[in-house]
Design a protein around this ligand. Structure first.
Ligand code: ADP
Ligand code: MG
Length: 552
């Protein structure tokens, strides 16, 4: 019982730290139980993991969802509520992480998280607590004080939930899912609701920019969805095909594209991007000097290198701007991406376009620019959303042109076509030598062995790096929003290592690995794990320098 726990804690006063290990197990409180999942070795180590378990009867009030995404939203809401609630626990004395309480939710994305699980029989919420000590001596009385306060909060937690806020959270996520699954059948790649606030306060902040100009759809692109909860929601529907987002510098082009990148996930109410909904199979691709790539058939974009070097199975530890962009596109296609998001700012120019003059001057070209592939992308059913400020050659081919002016989008497709006719580029549209297709690759199991270099260390560093054994995988070109996603990649890599057999294509492997993500989250002790899409898991695997593949 919980009272016994409190007594035990007090009795540990002055004892050596490892005595905390004896607390492992379940302690019953009023309406909930507290489980010590993992006990840290000293006050400076990563804090201990605790789990609050609420039994079935208490949970009926939480079953306000009508679909799986809604249940995930309930879980996400509960973790956020717990985080807010435990923020004002008493500060304790002690060294290291003594008394630190951490509930992990880092971004306004509504994600499946290892920290919360609402099952049929129970709700469990996991978080970290730094068990207090002075040096290596347990501060038992401080621990008692902490756990007393903690259990009071946990006891009241479910009864004192903000029901209205819970409903808003869940309904938002369900409406999001509703729109998202209808985009493709409506011929759209994305939806941006009227009044959305797209810009963020700063490059490192997730909060909406104060005083931002609310999003206003161009009349010609305005569409509505009749959502189950919010009713009719209006906004801009971006059609499939080739869409250009253009405009002068500083008029909000990149901000709109960024919002589309984020829009593959639902956002919490109040974020400003709640009604930005992007095709779930959309992926941003960009140039990435120095990245590693393994066994990619690059010929659709890079071919006939001068010294006869073959690009049908291309590997490098140090890719250039154009080869890295080509690889990112082909890897995305290999994974079944349906929408590619590109910004001129982060795309190698020579892979975007070769203009008439360069065509005339350079005959032995080894690159087929994306411009010469637009029809092929369409034939594959893959849409492109391209931010361009400087490259006008795409105007001929665009299905939709959106001009950003002072953060207000206008549709200028007809105008763009007229301009394209009046100012012909004079460039010849090449007939590419190789078809646009991605050759599937099967990873060898050794690729994912974290012990390859002896050190079996798996650790996420911020959003940009995953330490995996001896290797540090550079994830800066991936769109990850929480360190918990980076950590999940590490756990999933291990699982890929178990599933890989040198025959199964990466796409199937990744999907299989993610199928059991719920179990994976339950098995791992750490609560800091969050959902990643198959596209990001594959993108991370593709950047692993130890990756070995065969084409299948
Ligand atoms: P571009 O890519 O066209 O050069 P950006 O998207 O980078 O422009 O936007 C330029 C600046 O304008 C950024 O600092 C951004 O925060 C700000 N901004 C973008 N959209 C809005 C908006 N709707 N309201 C106010 N400021 C905005
Ligand atoms: Mg820009």
């Amino acid at each position: 019982r919980l009272e016994d726990l409190l007594d035990r804690l007090e009795a540990l006063e002055g004892k050596p730290y490892p005595f905390y290990k004896d607390l492992k197990g379940v302690w019953r409180g009023k309406g909930f139980a507290l489980r010590f999942v993992y006990v840290q070795g000293d006050p400076f180590a990563t804090p201990s993991v605790l789990e609050a378990i609420y039994p079935g009867e208490a949970l009926e009030a939480l079953r306000v969802y009508t679909r799986e995404e809604g249940r995930v939203a309930v879980e996400d809401f509960l973790l956020r509520a717990l985080k807010a609630r435990l923020r004002d626990l008493p500060r304790l004395a002690g060294s290291g992480h003594s008394g630190a309480v951490r509930v992990e939710v880092e971004s306004p994305k509504v994600l499946r998280r290892a920290g919360a699980h609402l099952g049929k029989k129970a709700l469990s919420l996991r978080f970290r607590v730094g068990l207090p000590a002075q040096g290596r001596r347990i501060l038992g009385r401080e621990a008692r004080r902490l756990f007393q306060a903690l259990s009071r909060h946990l006891e009241a937690f479910l009864q004192e939930l903000d029901r209205e806020a819970l409903l808003r959270h869940v309904r938002q996520a369900e409406d999001f899912a509703f729109i998202q699954e209808r985009l493709a059948e409506r011929g759209l790649v994305a939806f941006v609701g009227e009044g959305s606030l797209l810009p963020r306060e700063s490059g490192v902040s997730q909060r909406p920019l104060k005083g931002a100009v609310p999003f206003q759809s161009p009349p010609s692109l305005k569409v509505a969805f009749r959502t189950p909860h919010a009713g009719e929601v209006w906004g801009m529907g971006l059609p499939q095909g080739l869409t250009l987002i253009t405009g002068g510098g500083f008029h909000g082009k990149t901000t709109l594209l960024e919002a589309l990148v984020h829009g593959v996930f639902p956002h919490v109410p109040g974020d400003g991007r709640e009604w930005v909904v992007t095709d779930p199979l959309a992926q941003r691709v960009q140039s990435e000097d120095g990245r590693s790539m393994k066994g990619v058939d690059l010929r659709p974009f890079v071919h006939d290198l001068p010294l006869g070097q073959d690009t049908a199975f291309f590997s490098t530890e140090d890719a250039s701007g154009s080869t890295s962009l080509a690889a990112a596109i082909l890897e995305a296609l290999e994974m079944g991406a349906r929408v590619l998001l590109l910004d001129e700012d982060t795309s190698a120019t020579n892979l975007l376009v070769r203009d008439a003059r360069m065509q005339a001057l350079v005959r032995r070209e080894t690159l087929t620019p994306i411009l010469d592939r637009v029809q092929d992308f369409k034939a594959l059913g893959v849409s492109l959303v391209l931010v361009v400020g400087g490259v006008g050659d795409y105007l001929d081919l665009a299905d939709t042109v959106v001009l950003m002016e002072a953060y207000r989008p206008q549709e200028v497709t007809a105008e763009a076509r007229a301009i394209a006719r009046a100012h012909p580029t004079g460039r010849a549209f090449g007939e590419p030598r190789y078809p646009l297709r991605a050759v599937p690759r099967a990873p060898l199991p050794a690729s994912f062995d974290p012990r390859r270099g002896r050190k079996e260390k798996v650790k996420g560093r911020g959003l940009r790096e995953l330490v995996y054994g001896e290797e540090t995988v550079d994830l800066s070109a991936l769109d990850l929003f929480e360190n918990a996603q980076v950590r999940a990649l590490g756990a999933l890599f291990k699982r890929l290592g178990r599933l890989a057999d040198g025959r199964t294509p990466l796409k199937a492997l990744v999907e299989r690995a993610l199928l059991g993500v719920e179990d994976l989250f339950a098995l791992e002790e750490a609560p800091e794990l969050a959902w990643v899409r198959p596209l990001e898991l594959a993108a991370a695997a593709n950047r692993l320098r130890g990756l070995e593949v065969v084409q299948v």
